[in-house]
Design a binder for this molecule. Structure first.
Ligand SMILES: Cc1cc2nc3c(=O)[nH]c(=O)nc-3n(C[C@H](O)[C@H](O)[C@H](O)COP(=O)(O)OP(=O)(O)OC[C@H]3O[C@@H](n4cnc5c(N)ncnc54)[C@H](O)[C@@H]3O)c2cc1C
Length: 467
């Protein structure tokens, strides 16, 4: 692991003062994200800049001394993106967390990257508007991290992932230069779309220091439906039918199998209707006309019943809706508490192929004798199939996980899908990238990285290796 030159420390302290941290407890805290199966890597220092100018000065120094810099938001990532793979420095954007501008006339909000996603949602709501980015980690993740991962979540089906709401970015390039991509224009074909090259680039091309997001009018009415099904198969088979037959686009269509619900309920100490059912779907419908919304949820409810739902519960007030979502959003956290040795996957397939994905994944899990749970954003084809060590011997887990993952990724490819829908490649999936991306694509990614970051100092070792 690379040592940080003493001279560089002194220069960083001149810029940041006591916002350069080298105490052991800081280094430990910033050595990992939330990816269960990756090892911690301790950085040499953690920096807390408070302005774009400071970020720029840090990058210029890092380039001169060729010291790796790993940007970090809240560290809730699930692919190891914020782990300092080659040591060096972690650059935390946590203190750059201000709301910079609320532009009501243009329905735009400009924020710093360390702002917590739910805070942005709350500001929008205060003005009767909607920020539609909504990962399950919205209470803890930052908008900078959401952009770097193109985070998805619960409303992608209707509103798209984080990138769909991003219009302008201020970026500090690995060389320390400061530039602005996009702006508040709704249409823009001037040059290349570098805004959306940054989105999903996992902190490897530049550090996002300012973000302009588009807001939309908040729908007046929201209704959630909860539909328990006897088995995983019947629940998941209903998903493409709900998309195809209802003539309605729900804002959410989430899937939870029985073990997922049990874990979340145990974690929250709550009960859940039909807790013994094989699987549940949660649907949410939003609109401005109460009767139209009622008509739409009736159509969706009827299709659920036609496809075998045991019952359909309607949550038409904020309190009951929030109770449902609390359970759904707690699954990942409950998993970390009760099954810390696990591997949460993030494969994504065309929605009509979601039944084939689940069937194939269960077959793979059985053939490797791995315990599995499945939950996630079934409506957009993205389900978190999760292998769990459970009671199995550690050798069994170690010997079977990799081949099971390879089988799952091959299956996803056959179904026209990809190996990550929202959590990213990072460190976790780097070695599997060639299963789904051909050589010309991987070479293009490497070429783009080299242009942005000729010295390979920004988050090196993520997505692809270039040296
Ligand atoms: C309980 C739980 C639930 C989750 N649910 C979802 C979900 O529903 N949908 C979903 O998509 N994800 C989900 N995630 C994953 C995670 O929350 C998201 O990937 C989130 O976007 C990460 O944000 P963060 O601020 O924690 O970023 P970090 O983990 O700190 O960093 C993630 C990546 O972003 C880079 N980065 C951070 N800030 C910047 C910046 N300013 N400029 C450039 N690069 C930067 C880092 O280098 C790293 O590569 C969940 C995670 C947990 C723990």
């Amino acid at each position: 692991m690379l040592e940080i030159p003493k001279e560089l420390y002194e220069k960083l302290k001149d810029i940041l003062g006591n916002r350069v941290k080298t105490e052991e407890d800081f280094l430990e805290k910033y050595s990992h994200d939330e990816t269960a199966e990756l090892q911690n890597i301790v950085p040499g220092a953690v920096l807390f800049p408070i302005s774009t100018e400071e970020v720029s000065q840090i990058m210029k120094l890092a380039n001169t001394y060729k010291v790796p810099i790993t940007p970090r938001g809240a560290g809730t990532g699930l692919s190891g993106g914020a782990i300092p793979a080659q040591g060096g420095i972690v650059l935390s954007l946590e203190k750059m967390n201000k709301l910079l501008e609320f532009d009501e006339a243009n329905l735009m909000i400009t924020v710093e990257p360390g702002m917590i996603t739910s805070e942005i949602q709350k500001v929008a709501e205060k003005y009767g508007l909607l920020y539609a980015g909504d990962p399950c980690s919205s209470e803890s993740s930052t908008i900078g991290g959401n952009i770097a991962e193109n985070a998805g979540g619960n409303k992608v089906l209707k509103y798209g992932p984080t990138g769909a709401h991003v219009y302008g970015l201020e970026v500090v390039l690995p060389t320390g230069e400061i530039t602005n991509f996009g702006g508040k224009m709704v249409k823009n074909v001037t040059g290349l779309d570098l805004v959306h090259l940054m989105v999903g680039s996992e902190g490897t091309l530049g550090i996002v220091t300012k973000i302009t997001l588009r807001l939309m009018p908040k729908p007046k009415f929201s209704v959630a439906l909860l539909a328990p099904f006897k088995s995983v198969e019947t629940a998941i088979k209903a998903v493409p039918m709900l998309i195809k037959d209802a003539g309605v686009m729900p804002s959410s269509l989430e899937f939870m199998d029985n073990p997922s619900i049990k874990l979340a309920c145990k974690f929250l100490n709550v009960s859940f209707p039909y807790a013994d059912a094989g699987a549940h779907l949660i649907l949410e419908i939003e609109g401005n006309d109460k009767e139209a919304v009622a008509d739409e949820y009736e159509k969706l409810g009827d299709i659920c019943l036609r496809e075998g739902a045991l019952e359909v519960f309607v949550a038409d007030n904020r309190n009951t809706r929030e109770k449902l979502w609390k359970v759904r959003k707690a699954i990942a956290e409950a998993l970390m508490v009760y099954s810390p040795v696990h591997c949460m996957e993030d494969v994504s397939v065309p929605t009509a192929n979601i039944p084939a994905l689940l069937k194939g994944a269960m077959k793979i899990a059985n053939s490797h004798e791995l315990e599995t749970i499945a939950f996630g954003h079934a409506g957009d084809g993205n389900v978190h199939i999760t292998f769990i060590r459970g009671e199995s011997p550690i050798d069994h887990w170690n010997n079977h996980l990799k081949p099971a993952l390879e089988n799952l990724y091959e299956l996803t490819k056959e179904l026209g899908g990809c190996i990550s829908g929202e959590h990213g490649i990072g460190l976790k999936r780097k070695k599997y990238l060639p299963i789904v991306l051909d050589k010309p694509q991987i070479n293009l990614i490497k070429g783009i990285k080299r242009i942005f970051d000729p010295n390979n100092i920004l988050n090196p070792g993520k997505i692809v290796d270039i040296q």
